[in-house]
Design a protein around this ligand. Structure first.
Ligand SMILES: [Zn+2]
Length: 467
């Protein structure tokens, strides 16, 4: 329903910044105007709210998720994933804002021209709101300030090869120069932290056995890279964010660095929290990503860190490719983990995947909202705009049935390619309706997502973590 008029959404389970309770939410002009006592609006108090009442009953109302880690791949590798397919999947999965990664598309977002190409291609194709990260690669220090000025949310760098030739990784001197410049302009540096020397020294045994792949990307690669990064951040004063932490062994390093005043945050991903190495079938390269999914003991430590507030965000790292590049057995591929494309497709499934496991571990919806909506909004400098059901925020909302069960059929997802490690699993938690700025998203109708730029006035330093 398009809420051109003021409207009310009512639920017995509204997830607000201070917890979950029954409430009425008044929406006007695409923004949340008021959060009021349950049943109080349209009962005389706000008779002007004539855009209608949607009563969700026991279905929960969440702020739309903010996914700051999505690889859309268009243009250049649109057959892997494009803006239309990615943003439809996002909306269907309760994600109302995505920030696109600067690589796997061609051109990469490492120049203002590259950003302009992406923005043009994305026009009219986005069912959710959409922002862009820039990339910091060897030699593009002079491009960082203009890109930042043009509204990218920060800059991604790889400390090890990225998997695509047009987005090279940074060596120590490049990293130093990039972080010094980002400290100068007040940008957020987001980093893929694996150490190439540790990876090169690890046993490289190709084949269908997941344990061989795991041995080829050891936890030491993460700890070595994070140590080096934190040293550089300390020297340059840059604000850094560690992407997709897979190994819990990096957590003590982050704690120590924070105590010493280094500005560092970290994220982890649904697959590290919900899947485990022990469960990966031989040859099932849908599970391949870098850094890799590790063992159950490590997974428990990631959950503990999440509960302790050590991660600012849980975001998808949605990074699909075509089935042939995944070398999937059912597509006639070799199932070789070493040669398959590394990346997991989960944009539409992150919320139910995390909720299924979170609930089992005794967490509530408010926790999931903090990790997947408010936290990533804070990371991106969008607090006050996205990530909360609070007056003044965009009315990006999700009707979510916390008890709804469904079986994952990869071909039934909006992702461009029917490949995901969650295929065949039963997940709990179903998205019923997604509203973007007060309007219900209909993926069969015209898209009305907007392109976002980094808010000029937004702080580039999220509040100290853990909170
Ligand atoms: Zn990624």
């Amino acid at each position: 329903m398009p809420f051109s008029q003021p409207a009310v959404i009512r639920s017995r389970r509204v997830v607000l910044p201070d917890g979950e309770r029954p409430a009425d939410v008044l929406i006007r002009d695409g923004k949340i105007e008021q959060v009021a006592a349950y049943g109080s609006l349209l009962a005389g108090e706000r008779p002007d709210a004539d855009g209608g009442l949607t009563d969700l009953g026991d279905t929960a109302l969440l702020p739309g998720l903010v996914d700051t880690h999505v690889h859309v791949n268009e243009p250049g590798r649109t057959e892997w994933e494009g803006f239309a397919t990615a943003t439809r999947a996002a909306a269907a999965g309760g994600v109302t804002t995505i920030i696109d990664m600067p690589l796997n598309s061609i051109p990469p977002t490492t120049t203002v021209e590259g950003l302009a190409v992406k923005r043009k291609v994305a026009e009219g194709q986005a069912w959710v709101d959409l922002g862009f990260w820039g990339g910091a690669v060897p030699g593009n220090v002079p491009d960082l300030a203009p890109l930042h000025e043009a509204g990218v949310f920060g800059f991604k760098s790889f400390l090890a090869p990225s998997g695509v030739d047009e987005f090279p990784h940074v060596e120590a001197a490049d990293l130093e120069a990039a972080l010094a410049e980002q400290a100068r302009i007040g940008a957020l540096a987001i980093i893929h932290a694996e150490d190439p020397a540790v990876l090169a020294a690890a046993p490289q045994q190709p084949g269908v056995h997941y344990r061989d792949f795991l041995a080829s990307r050891p936890a030491d690669a993460e700890t070595a890279a994070v140590s080096h990064l934190l040293e550089t951040a300390r020297r340059t004063g840059a604000r850094v964010h560690i992407l997709h932490v897979s190994s819990a062994a990096v957590l003590p390093l982050l704690r120590r660095a924070r105590e010493e005043g280094v500005r560092v945050t970290a994220e982890t991903c649904p697959h590290y929290l919900t899947l485990a190495a022990e469960q990966v079938p031989d040859g099932d390269t849908a599970f391949k990503c870098c850094p890799p999914i590790r063992d159950e003991t490590n997974r428990d430590r990631l959950w503990q860190a999440l509960a302790d507030g050590e991660f600012i965000a849980v975001v998808s790292d949605h990074s699909p490719s075509t089935p042939d590049l995944k070398l999937l057995l059912e597509y006639g591929g070799s199932g070789d983990f070493a040669a398959a494309w590394g990346g997991i497709a989960s944009l539409q499934l992150g919320l139910p995947a995390v909720w299924t496991e979170a609930r089992r571990r005794g967490h509530g919806l408010a926790d999931v909202v903090r990790w997947m909506s408010a936290g990533p909004a804070e990371l991106a400098g969008l607090t006050g705009v996205k990530g909360a059901i609070a007056p003044g925020c965009d009315a990006d909302l999700v009707a979510f049935d916390p008890d709804g069960e469904f079986a994952v059929h990869a071909a039934g997802l909006h992702h461009r390619n029917p490949v995901t490690p969650y295929a065949g699993r039963t997940l709990t938690g179903a998205v019923r309706t997604t509203w973007l700025r007060g309007r219900a998203v209909d993926t069969a109708a015209e898209p009305f997502g907007r392109q976002l730029t980094r808010p000029a006035a937004a702080p580039t330093t999220p509040s100290d973590r853990p909170s």
